[in-house]
Write a protein that binds this ligand. Structure first.
Ligand code: NAD
Ligand code: MG
Length: 399
């Protein structure tokens, strides 16, 4: 049996992971499930999967979960606090860690999984964006296996030979073609952007996702984070990555080789495909997703992104070029701005302005320790919050 810990079990990726595992209960055993505070959902999951451990980061929620499990005579041990996340990922019975916490909150536990040499299925792109080289070094130093779950990176991984770590030039890669749908506002007149509401922003045309990544998709900060993620995962600089808008979300990314070949991975826009791929790699298992009906498929379009429409894309690129803690600042300021937007305290167009302000205010440092990364993340959150306060005071309430 392969032991699995699912971090962020109650989220979109967590639920999809459990759906794949449910189909293969002969081979996979859930050792730990974790969530921030959604104790009722976690209780249902414990009832079905009977893990040895359940972690609630929030203590009050942990107490409620404990009571619910006791009532149902479920023997899962309940732990609380973020340090308990590290404890469960490092457990000897855990072989695979699904890193699916949203945002910087996932950093510590994902690094703990790397340190313990586990097989990491990385959905939590923010942790890699904020700590870059430190993260990749930890994976290498402890012989952990890092498999991308982000659909684009999973597609790129599938289109590369096994020895891609030898260097993209050596294996004849000309370009990585990173696709993105362009989000729900690809055709919205730019004059209307400032009136976009959270409800409109989280309604993605092709994918069903958590709120934060849905807003990131609408601003295309998601593609910016993915650009940075791709640089680290495939050990390349920005010059080898080209972003291509592909509104149908059928081709999940491509790799262009020097001989003129382009390899692509196609499939339904359903995260269970990359999740099943990561779980079974280097083998394959059924994901529960039907294959594409190629004959009745819509036409596939590929277009250049308009950088004016998506300032977050430009900011992500600039932060990666600056290097060091600039991407930490980018990520932290974005998280704060997206939350303020979801709370209706900030306009949609002010998300990128908040990030730009934080990047201007904070000089990038060398990201040589995790402590530096964490302190720069905190600093960026304070700077972003100050910007949001002054913007809100000037503009009055939004939406
Ligand atoms: P979500 O909001 O649906 O779920 C987030 C999960 O993280 C929940 O289980 C929640 O309890 C947990 N969580 C939140 N804050 C926490 C904290 N402070 N400490 C511990 N746990 C916490 O998010 P999602 O859409 O499932 O995305 C999860 C991650 O996967 C994100 O990093 C996202 O970028 C990435 N991702 C998601 C998709 C997708 O289709 N949803 C695709 C690619 C990548
Ligand atoms: Mg993606």
């Amino acid at each position: 049996m392969i032991g699995v810990a699912v971090l962020g079990a109650t989220g979109t990726i967590g639920v999809n992971t459990l759906d794949v595992i449910r189909r293969h209960s002969d081979n996979y055993e859930i050792v730990a499930l974790t969530a921030y505070s959604q104790y009722d959902r976690l209780a249902e999951q414990c009832e079905e999967f009977n893990p040895a451990y359940a972690v609630m980061v929030d203590q009050e929620a942990a107490e409620k979960l404990q009571k619910l499990l006791k009532l149902k005579s479920i023997s899962t041990e309940v732990l609380h606090g973020s340090n308990a996340l590290d404890q469960v990922v490092q457990h000897k019975d855990v072989d695979v860690v699904m890193a699916a916490i949203v945002g910087a909150a996932g950093l510590q536990s994902t690094l703990a999984a790397a340190q313990a040499g586990k097989k990491i299925l990385l959905a939590n792109k923010e942790s890699l964006v904020m700590s870059g080289k430190l993260f990749m070094d930890k994976v290498k130093d402890h012989n952990a296996i890092l498999l991308p779950i982000d659909s684009e990176h999973n597609a790129i991984f599938q289109c590369m030979p096994n020895n891609y770590a030898d260097g993209l030039d050596r294996i004849g890669v000309n370009k990585i073609l990173l696709t993105g749908s362009g989000g729900p506002f690809r055709e919205l007149p730019m004059a209307d952007f400032s009136r976009v509401t959270p409800e409109q922003a989280i309604a993605h045309p092709n994918w069903s996702m958590g709120k934060k990544i849905s807003v990131d998709s609408a601003t295309m900060m998601n593609k910016g984070l993915e650009l940075i993620e791709a640089c680290w995962l495939f050990d390349t600089d920005l010059s080898k990555i080209k972003i291509v808008l592909h509104p149908q979300s059928i081709v999940h990314s491509m790799v262009e080789y020097v001989d003129g070949s382009i390899l692509a991975q196609l499939g339904q826009p359903d995260m269970r495909i990359p999740i099943a791929h990561g779980l079974a790699w280097p083998n394959r298992i059924a994901s529960g997703v039907s294959t594409l009906d190629l004959v009745n498929m819509p036409d596939l379009e590929f277009v250049e992104p308009d950088l004016q429409r998506y300032p977050c894309l430009r900011l992500a690129r600039e932060a990666m070029l600056t290097g060091g803690t600039a991407t930490t600042v980018l990520n932290a300021a974005n998280e704060v701005a997206v939350q303020a937007f979801l709370d209706k305290k900030l306009n949609f167009t002010d998300i990128s302005k908040t990030v730009e302000y934080a990047l201007e205010q904070i000089t990038a440092r060398t990201a040589n320790t995790i402590e530096t990364v964490v302190s720069e993340d905190e600093r960026a959150r304070i700077v972003a919050a100050e910007f949001i306060d002054t913007t809100t005071m000037k503009a009055g309430v939004v939406n």
